[in-house]
Design a protein around this ligand. Structure first.
Ligand code: ADP
Ligand code: MG
Length: 262
């Protein structure tokens, strides 16, 4: 890398929860227009990395910039789809209302009214994710796929230049998964995307870069993994193969193409 900052620039980042390290010495640059996939085992720090990028988890060491600014500033251009277990599905609120909360400016207070333009914009986002018929439905009545689409619409309400998604296809049916990936491919024409996923099939078909995280960044490069990387990441490639990894991801080991290891 030269001295230029990417859209996201993570330098020597370490994050601790108490005495326990969640991330250690992470260096990662994400350039405009990239579609970065982050994979890794549970507890590997994937969610922590996204949260640190938008400044909602404190750094112990190192720096993060978003659009060349501190995360707290740069995140105004960033849409965030949190991991679903972190969201209360029982909250008594409709799809339309959830998407509108994404339009709320930080300065607006309780009882602030949404403008007609904001409502129309929210409707257009609901349409974009294919939920128009469900706009007035309570979120507790949504399927996993519908819920994720709603969260994507909400994240788009800030008119982001960067979209972060934390496992947006977990507990989602096959049809919705396809729709979500088609939507993300479309959105990537207008914005940079970082997606955390266990969905390696989608990773091979969609992303332009891949990062493998298990407390440290084990790999960052082309979305093709050789056996050595997979071994370091999961410790058990057989497990991965059992989940149906396509050849493009689990590439045969080739000495000449082993680059990109961190
Ligand atoms: P991933 O998203 O890859 O599953 P996480 O970023 O959620 O991983 O977690 C990384 C590590 O940090 C795990 O060991 C997890 O238990 C721990 N951790 C995550 N959030 C907290 C928290 N709020 N308090 C304490 N430990 C946490
Ligand atoms: Mg997670």
């Amino acid at each position: 890398m030269d001295g230029n900052h990417g859209i996201v620039s993570v330098r020597n980042l370490s994050v601790y929860y108490g005495a326990i390290p969640a991330l250690e010495h992470i260096n990662l640059e994400v350039q405009e227009g990239e579609y970065l996939g982050i994979i890794g085992p549970n507890g590997g720090g994937k969610s922590t990395l996204l949260k640190t990028i938008i400044g909602i988890v404190p750094r112990a060491e190192g720096s993060v910039t978003l659009f060349g600014e501190k995360p707290e500033k740069g995140r105004r251009l960033t849409g965030y789809v949190p991991q679903i277990s972190a969201v209360d599905k029982q909250f008594p609120i409709t799809v339309s209302e959830v998407v509108l909360t994404g339009c709320l400016k930080p300065k607006l207070r309780l009882f602030a009214r949404y403008s007609k333009q904001e409502k129309e914009f929210a409707d257009s986002l609901i349409e974009k994710v294919g939920l128009t018929k469900l706009a007035n439905r309570q979120v507790s009545q949504l399927s996993g796929g519908e819920f994720q689409k709603m969260l994507i619409a909400r994240a788009l309400a800030v008119r982001p230049k960067l979209l972060l998604l934390d496992e947006p296809t977990a507990s989602v049916d096959a049809a919705s998964r396809e729709q979500i990936y088609a939507l993300l491919a479309e959105l990537n024409k207008e914005m940079t995307i970082i997606i955390v996923t266990h969905d390696l099939l989608a990773v091979s078909a969609q992303v332009t870069r891949l990062a493998c995280l298990n407390r440290t960044l084990i790999y960052h490069g082309e979305p093709e993994l050789n056996e050595h990387v997979v071994n370091s990441l999961y410790g058990c490639p057989v497990d991965l193969i059992a989940h149906g990894v396509p050849h493009r991801v689990l590439k045969e080991h080739d000495e000449k193409e082993g680059g990109g290891l961190c």
